[in-house]
Structures are given as C-alpha cells and as structure tokens.
Design a binder for this molecule. Sequence first.
Ligand code: UDP
Ligand code: GLC
Length: 392
Amino acid sequence: MKILFLDQSGKPGGAELCLIDIAKPYKDSSLVGLFADGSFRNLLEQNHIPVQVLTNQVIQVRKESSLAQGLGSLAQILPLISKVVQKAREFDLIYANTQKALVVGALASFFSRRPLVYHLHDILSPEHFSQTNRRIAVTCANRFASLVIANSQASQAGFVAAGGRSDITEVVYNGFDPKNYQTHESDVSQIRQQLGLDGQFVVGHFSRLAPWKGQHILIEALAQCPVDVTAILVGDALFGEQEYVQHLHQQVTALGLENRVKFLGFRSDVPLLMAATDLVAHTSTAPEPFGRVIVEAMLCGKPIVAAKAGGAVELVEHGVNGFSVTPGKPDELAQVITTCLKEPQKIATIAHHAQTTASQRFDVTAINQQIAVLLNKLSKRTQNSELRTQEK
Ligand code: UDP
Ligand code: GLC
C-alpha cells in the first residue's frame, strides 16, 4: 500500500518516534512529508524511510490559538496544501500524524479523493487545547477521516467528548521492539561512573522539558527524599519552553539541590540511561495521552512511578507492574521514591513482571499487524465504493 504520511514536526517528540515504527513496514512505497526540517528527518533517513520536507514556512497556529489566528494561518499554508494535493495523487492513502497534518491532510483528501487516516496522539481536552483547536480537529476528523487511530482509550474518550465520531475510532497503543531496550552491564556501569552516579539512588525523568510534563514536581519531591537520592532529567525544551527551563534551574538552586539534579539535555541513548537509573518517574500534571517513557522504563526492567491520569492509567497497575501517584503531588511521589529506596527486592520483582508483560503487550510486530488490518480494511472499503461509483 502506498501511503503519504504527514507530520508537522521536524523534532522527535513521542508522536514522531511512534511514526517511525508505523512507517517502517511501508517504506518501499511510501513517503513521510514534514512541515518543518529538523533531526526527525535524520532519524527517518537513518531508518531508510523516504522523507521530504514540504515547506520551510513556520505555521503560526499554536495549541491555544483563536479562530482568527487559525484562519490567518490557513491562508498562509495554501501553497503547502496545493503541494500535498499534488503529492497525494501518487499515493493510495493519506495518514496524518499530528493536528496541523490533519488540517492539511483533510483538504488534500478532499481534493485528491484519497482516504484519510488520522493518528490521534493527543487528549483533546481544555487542559491541552483551546476550544478553537479542538473544534478544528474534531470537524476535520469527523468530516474527512475514514479512520481515527487513538493512542489510548483516554485519547479516544477525549475525542468523543469533544464531539468526535466514535464509530470511526480505534485504539492502538504505541509499539516497541524489546530488543532496543537491552543493555550491557559494563556499558551501564560505565555511564553511571561517567555521570557521577555511583553510590546514589538514581531517579530518572525522560521527557521534553515542558510545564505539563511536571519536572518541577520531581525536583520538589527530591527535596523531601534522603540525600543519597539523585535525579537525572533527560530531555530538552522541544517547543520553545525556555522560560520553564529557567524556572527549573532556579528551583534547583533555591532548594539547594545543585549536586542532586543533573540536566542531561536531549539524548538518543535513552535505553542505556534508563538502565543506569534505579527508578523512572513520570510526573505529567495534565493527563498523559499515552506515555512512551512509561513502557520504555518497563522494557528496560526499571520500576516506574507514573502520574495517575489519562493513558498512564491504562499502562500502570499500582503495586503490580509499577506505582501510581496523584498528578501534581510531590509529597506522594517522595513517599514512593523513599519506599523504593528501602525495598529494592520488592521493586525488582514488580519491575521484572512489568518487563515481561510489556514486551508482549506492546510488541511492535503485533501492533503493526493491528494497524495493517485496519488499513487493509479501509483500503478494501475504498476500492469497493470506487467500483460502485464506476458502475453507476
Ligand atoms: N526521548 C528521547 N530523548 C530524550 C527525552 C525523551 O529520545 O532526551 C524520547 C523518549 O524515550 C520517548 C519520547 O521521547 O520515546 C517521548 O515520548 P512520550 O510519549 O513519553 O512523551 P511526548 O513527548 O511524546 O509527549
Ligand atoms: C504524544 C503524547 C504522548 C504519547 C505520544 C505517542 O506525543 O503526548 O503521551 O505517548 O504522542 O503516541
């Protein structure tokens, strides 16, 4: 099947990393069209997935944009739309992986008469999106998409609550290759030593730096933990959250935690760094749509403590395959960290169980198979309706 994948970002966020796995099986006959250049393009190239940057123009609309701003940017992206319409005619299907890609993909689907699939990686709630953005997404999806793939039940529920059609949605979790999360003991000891983590109980946080990812909650919790607990913050501000980064550094200084918090920036060796931790913390203050880092921690055999909301609830069962805490509550988080520090045997058992179950539940081959079934069904439906139109 020839698929035109569309993604607005040049940066490797979770939705983009997920797209790499989805596009891979179709790489010989498909194309990923990006609306911005960046390191995501390099990652696609490294995976031998054809990629083209379709515009160099910055699309101004943001998560909180108003209708006027939205319409203004629509005029601005007309050349992009016309390019995508031309391209789409060479493919069987348009697969939009982000919201701006949905808007462009919807119009391209209409003009090129190609079916549209929308992979929804977000919870369309007021906490995450302005009313205008929610309306635009739901209208485009309801009117033009033949299939909406939600990355969790939470994202699916958010879509329906925002007015989205439930009859076109299917839930498919992100897939992972467990092999990518295996590490060598010697590399792990080496990185721990390099980072000065020997003798510490290390809590790792692996997320882009953004207020709703809640790194400040972990820092606050750390101040309430024993002094041999250290945190590594892995990730960078991908979407212009510089003020928050500054705030985090100030918070660390104000709490006197300079020796116990390490900012490592964006890294491409997440599995190794996860393996170098004793516990992985997920601290999103708004419901997490899915939370790749949660599954990744499990695959690395590391205990996970996650903020109990959104998709994270579907991934973590407290005391069984990880720990859950109320979002935005540093005291609760500090308590779990301290318990984990004191009961290594108990947490090792939980982490081991999580590793085994996550390897099966999120296996990329099985997940890709689910997507293939959905796309094949859709393609058959489209062919049949084309035949019917020709017969008339
Ligand atoms: N990640 C990474 N390097 C970093 C920080 C994060 O490669 O320095 C990866 C992380 O391993 C995960 C993804 O970025 O696969 C983040 O996805 P998630 O679903 O957790 O959150 P998102 O940022 O997409 O909301
Ligand atoms: C988005 C969501 C994240 C999810 C990822 C992959 O970036 O914020 O929760 O894990 O997409 O679906």
